[in-house]
Design a protein around this ligand. Structure first.
Ligand code: ADP
Ligand code: ZN
Ligand code: ZN
Length: 741
């Protein structure tokens, strides 16, 4: 009888153990083991039992057969990992750099027992007609919250309670009042299945526009012809992208395959979800951060058992263990949340491509402001490009004013509001219309610029903004270049050179000073720390409980406020000054989205963009809502500087509790890499956020036109780290980074 051996990855995240170990399969287990199973094995000198995953089986012993240990047994209840998922984990490990265990854990659902949660549902007790008449009444009385609830209830018999109080922003008192009046009943049930239950088949079939029909037809005919492709759907909000996704998913499900729909959580609105539920009923499931680990695991089991056809969720929904995926949709593909921030730092767009390859599936990316990556590939013919032109629901694009803050200063206006913005604001407040004030601050922005001429202090080598650091030095986070902070502007000699400091709170105070009695709401990292507060603020604003909403980028995504007729961007420079090569792209996206917030209802909208750099192309093209124009300029900059997508870039990040040791390791690895590959290294430099929780961070960058070369460099660095006896320092990789760490 021939012996059988298994290659096993031990469940310990440690670089030194990140390779398969071979074990003998005992007689008793012959025929019972499969790739992907979780087994218990004796490990190390003490032969302690550890969990491990089988990644391969064979009859060749690669080591000394005498000393090869035996598998102890199968770990019951662990999910059987399909080979495809192991292949995916291996791909992630290779392309993004992490241990195999980290990659496996990314791909596999964490097994958790499901706690049954109490779910409350609102059931309507009256017929549709009666609800509609109540609806008319509350419209007349301007009871906006009640109106929204009744509107929903006219559409369906039951609504989940948490949707009502959450996304719909209806208070418990309103619900209780309606219950007392006999309009509805709050029911409670123990369930752990679909968080939302709606009957299917309620969605009326729309007749697709010509442009929509063309997309659906082409994607499906490529699929049927055995050439599933990747498609980029470029269209502004309201141009009918979601409708296209729904039709495509229907088509794929009819063909007996499953679909994954990725939506950044922040953009996942109740309306969108309902549309999917109405089409797919119990066969669709949603993954979101409100689910417990147990509930998430339960959804995975349902997918595996063929109980659902469609999953909607954030990037991790890509790992849903469907047997046969036919379509992956990625809405708002340019969103930063598609990139994982912890190791392995994968990008959902690229992983979607690999999942699609493994399953033979199509990929559809959608955005109003596509990432440079996606558009670049569409231009080079790797993706097929479709453009959806018009907004299907009407509403015109707003009139946009670019206000030059340099001139405001010259002409004696020292306020944070330009004169134009002040005039328009006053007009709105008088007319009882709503205003959004947008502070496009993104993460860390310590850049320094001149208020008189707009000059920004930039790195002469990397063409990104320098950041101000302790001791008044300016630092480049790519290459480490530094210079003292000047007292006078090198451009015009004025003394008005400084960092930009303004928070939402300060703006709120100024606003109240200038317009006494103005009702404001504020939304930023501070006001939305507690769960659900984000929705509450948006709902309150939607209910017209405030005149002005002041906030950071979270306010410009996904939500429609028909009462808003003015959007003010307080300083476009805030996102332009972030010291990384995507600053222009992000600014363009944010400004385009912000401007698009005005005038969604019946009234026409206006937008004001305040900036010290009114001639910057990200500002002017956003004001004109001209994506093509922006792309042509931005890609030239990327090509000239060798930044993605024109080339590839890898960040090597060193974390250390002792500053000196971190700096030493970073410069050792950087110089070693430079020598071994004859390649130019940027840095090392302290990371943008140089210390977090007492851990110091250093980073260096490697650029290359070939991704594979970066993988080889990563492998080499990994090898070095294994040889070094590191005492607590760790190294992570970030390919084509989205954020300067
Ligand atoms: P996007 O996802 O691009 O924002 P949606 O698919 O949500 O666009 O469409 C915007 C609005 O237009 C929605 O209210 C939708 O119901 C409606 N709509 C989409 N396609 C059609 C169509 N072919 N006919 C009529 N209405 C449509
Ligand atoms: Zn100046
Ligand atoms: Zn630099």
């Amino acid at each position: 009888m021939r012996e059988l051996y298994a290659d096993i990855i031990i469940d310990i995240s440690h670089e030194k153990l990140d390779r398969p170990f071979q074990y003998r399969v005992p007689q008793a287990l012959t025929g019972k083991l499969e790739t992907g199973m979780c087994v218990a094995v004796p490990f190390g000198a003490g032969n302690r039992l550890r969990k491990g995953y089988i990644i391969g089986l064979g009859d060749v012993c690669k080591y000394d057969p005498e000393r090869t240990k035996e598998i102890e047994g199968i770990v019951r209840g662990e999910s059987v990992v399909e080979e495809r998922q192991i292949a995916l984990a291996a791909w992630i490990r290779k392309n993004y750099g992490s241990t195999m265990i980290q990659a496996l854990k990314t791909v596999l659902p964490a097994r958790q027992t499901v706690k049954k949660l109490e779910r409350r549902t609102i059931r309507r007790l009256l017929g549709r007609e009666e609800i509609l008449s109540l609806l008319g009444e509350s419209r007349r009385k301007k009871q906006v919250a009640k109106e929204r609830l009744l509107e929903e209830m006219a559409g369906q018999e039951t609504i989940p309670y948490e949707w009502v109080t959450g996304k719909l922003g209806v208070s418990a008192q309103t619900v209780n009042g309606l219950e007392r009046a006999g309009v509805l009943r709050v029911e409670s049930s123990l369930s752990f299945r679909n968080p939302v239950k709606v009957q299917s088949g309620q969605e009326k079939e729309k007749i697709l526009s010509k442009a929509q029909g063309q997309v659906v037809e082409e994607v499906l005919s490529d699929f049927d012809g055995g050439h599933p492709g990747t498609y980029l759907l470029h269209g502004i909000t309201g141009s009918g992208k979601t409708e296209v996704y729904i039709r495509l998913v229907q088509g794929i499900v009819k063909r007996g395959r499953q679909a994954v729909v990725l939506i950044p959580e922040i953009a996942l609105t109740y309306q969108t979800l309902l549309r999917f539920y109405r089409c797919f009923g119990e066969r669709v499931s949603v993954l979101n951060s409100a689910l417990s680990a147990g509930e998430k695991y339960d959804q995975c089991q349902r997918a595996k058992n063929g109980e659902i056809d469609v999953i909607i969720g954030p990037r991790s929904a890509l790992f849903t263990p469907f047997p046969d995926i036919g379509l992956i949709v990625m809405d708002e593909e340019h969103e930063g949340s598609y990139k994982s921030e912890s190791s392995p730092k994968y990008h959902a767009r690229e992983v979607a491509g690999e999942v699609a390859r493994l399953h033979g599936a199509s990929v559809v990316l959608g955005s109003a402001t596509p990432s440079l990556e996606a558009y670049y590939r569409a231009r080079s013919g790797i993706y097929k490009l479709f453009t959806l032109g018009e907004r299907l629901t009407g509403g015109s694009l707003p009139k946009v004013y670019i206000e030059d803050l340099r001139r405001e200063l010259q002409e004696g206006n020292r306020s944070i509001f330009s004169r134009r913005l002040q005039t328009l604001l006053a007009e709105r407040l008088e007319r009882g219309e709503q205003v959004i004030l947008f502070l496009n601050r993104r993460g860390y922005a310590g850049f320094v610029s001149c208020r008189a001429c707009g000059h920004v202090m930039k790195c002469p080598h990397c063409d990104v903004s320098l950041s101000e650091h302790r001791g008044g030095r300016l630092l480049c986070h790519y290459c480490g270049y530094s210079e003292p902070k000047p007292a006078h502007c090198p451009g015009c000699g004025s003394p008005y050179i400084s960092g930009f400091k303004a928070g939402t709170q300060q703006i709120e105070e100024k606003l109240k000073e200038m317009y006494p009695g103005v009702r404001t709401l504020r939304m930023d990292g501070d006001t939305t720390r507690t769960k659900g507060s984000y929705e509450q603020i948006l709902a309150a604003f939607g209910n017209r409980e405030a005149d002005v909403l002041i906030g950071t980028q979270m306010i410009v995504k996904g939500h429609d406020f028909p009462g808003v007729t003015l959007v003010g961007v307080l300083a476009a420079d805030l996102s332009l000054g972030v010291g990384d090569y995507r600053a222009g792209e992000r600014t363009f996206q944010l400004l385009t989205q912000a401007v698009g917030r005005a005038g969604r209802g019946d009234l026409p909208g206006e937008a004001v963009i305040q900036t010290y750099q009114p001639e910057h192309y990200a500002v002017t093209y956003a004001a004109a809502q001209d994506y093509g124009g922006f792309y042509s300029e931005e890609i030239l900059f990327r090509e000239m500087m060798g930044y993605p997508p024109a080339a590839h870039m890898m960040a090597v990040q060193v974390f250390a509790s002792k500053e000196e040791k971190g700096a030493q390791l970073a410069s050792y690895l950087a110089s070693l890499t430079g020598r071994a590959f004859g390649i130019q290294i940027l840095g090392p430099a302290p990371a943008a956020i140089g210390k977090v929780n007492d851990i110091f961070r250093f980073v260096f960058y490697v650029k290359s036109p070939e991704y594979d070369k970066l993988i080889r460099i990563k492998d080499c660095v990994e090898g070095k780290i294994q040889d070094l006896q590191l005492s607590g320092e760790t190294v992570q990789f970030d390919f084509d980074p989205m954020n300067t760490l």
